[in-house]
Design a binder for this molecule. Sequence first.
Ligand SMILES: NC(=O)c1ccc[n+]([C@@H]2O[C@H](COP(=O)([O-])OP(=O)(O)OC[C@H]3O[C@@H](n4cnc5c(N)ncnc54)[C@H](OP(=O)(O)O)[C@@H]3O)[C@@H](O)[C@H]2O)c1
Length: 251
Amino acid sequence: MTPELQRWRGKIALVTGASSGIGRAIAEDFGRLGLKVGIAGRRPDALAETAARVQAAGSDALVLAGDQCDPETNHRFFADLVARWGAPDILVNNAGMLGGRSLLHAEWSEVQAALDLNVRAALICMRQAAQAMRGKSEAAIINVSSMTGHRVMPGTPAIYAATKHALRILTDGLRSELAQEGQAIKVALLSPGLVDTPWHHKPEGMIAQKGGYPYPPLTPADIVGAVRYILSAPAGVQVCDIQLRPSAQTF
Ligand SMILES: NC(=O)c1ccc[n+]([C@@H]2O[C@H](COP(=O)([O-])OP(=O)(O)OC[C@H]3O[C@@H](n4cnc5c(N)ncnc54)[C@H](OP(=O)(O)O)[C@@H]3O)[C@@H](O)[C@H]2O)c1
């Protein structure tokens, strides 16, 4: 481990969407860095698998199971984490969902759930984390967005893109408000292009719909590398915005 990352050893993190894909990889890596990790998601069995990986990496995990579309769930996650270990030093807001492919034809329940999870739950967690981190000498909030949070191409699912655009603005707004308050909290937006995760293996996903990836995707390990870069920056340095995509992704 580099000296820059060494300073996070023994600190407390919350990773949402940690039962799968990118979130699981980040949680596992936090275990390697010696962070205690609250791992959130809906599926207790999948979270237990992530917890086992964090523990195998040499650290502690706290399973936080619940549906973040319910605002109370997000408050409970923080209350349980603080009761167990104290105030978090790192939040990774990673849980997300598509919300249907079509703005016109998606079931309203899907649209509502995407707004509730990708925007409202992320905002509740940001506020909870910022409150808990007040006065710390260093802390970090990392919001996992998407390249669709920066621009929309023909065929891009617009509801999903809208939620990720909202997350980008909320991230900038949070960083600005915390700076005005003099809080030493890193606030970063992390925007991947195509990443190989179970996301694309769901019935509405790319693998099921198109039979494969159109070009070699990123891996969750690539996203872990970006998280490490954000946390490696010296105290007082803000890595505001990381966009990363596969070399063959043309947009
Ligand atoms: N994969 C890509 O190509 C890609 C590209 C750009 C951005 N991203 C973003 O990366 C993030 C992670 O995606 P991924 O690719 O790792 O997908 P994934 O493997 O499907 O993971 C999604 C995670 O979100 C959690 N989640 C979904 N709905 C939830 C809810 N209502 N309440 C609580 N947790 C919920 C899931 O947990 P449960 O299933 O246990 O509920 C799971 O842990 C998302 O924000 C996504 O938008 C992905």
